[in-house]
Write a protein that binds this ligand. Sequence first.
Ligand code: PRP
Length: 212
Amino acid sequence: MSLITVAVPKGRLFEQTVDIFLSSGILKEKLKSESRKLILETDGFRFLLVRAKDVPTYVENGVADIGVAGDDILLEQQPEVYKPLDLGIGYCNIVVAGKPEDREKYFSNPSVLKVSTKYPNITESFFKEKGIRVQIIELYGSVELAPLLGLSEFIVDIVETGRTLKENGLVVIDNIRPSTAKLIVNRISYKTKRNKITGIINSIENYISVNT
Ligand code: PRP
């Protein structure tokens, strides 16, 4: 039986993915990520625990057969992979945020907006479609600091609970789109391990359709 390698972000999405695999009957026993091990094996599966934004790289290169990645990351990176399934987990919104007092500036058609973000491609295409010119400042994290320190007026980021914005005195100014986690599949694995991968997709699809 061929081993299926799955690239999953460490943390909450890993736990939720394992729960879906268990509930769908794909996995027989619960996998725990309490240790610092980055490769966990069980029931013919090998789980790679990686950074969320690295999941598409592992799947695109075939190091992993399948993976779990949010729309935010998929839209930003546009990897060459199959996206057969919305897992309905990892729900968040991709938004433009800033200080409440800058809301008016945003809507008053300024010539150029300064925007800090981990998502330069999403930011560029969103504002291009709106016909607004932007100067994009790329950051790797804690993006909410940018408007507080005057690095930029606005940020484009994901909002899950809204706590980070709230605790830093920022508000959502514009909505870009919602994001959920997708199952992604390497194009070659989809052919060479077709039976197994189709079985996984069907099992998860059945589970989701009965439980939503
Ligand atoms: C993400 C995102 C926000 C925060 C939103 O950051 O970039 O900062 O989570 O979550 P909330 O709405 O529930 O507060 P992450 O935790 O990945 O850290 P980072 O800033 O280092 O990327």
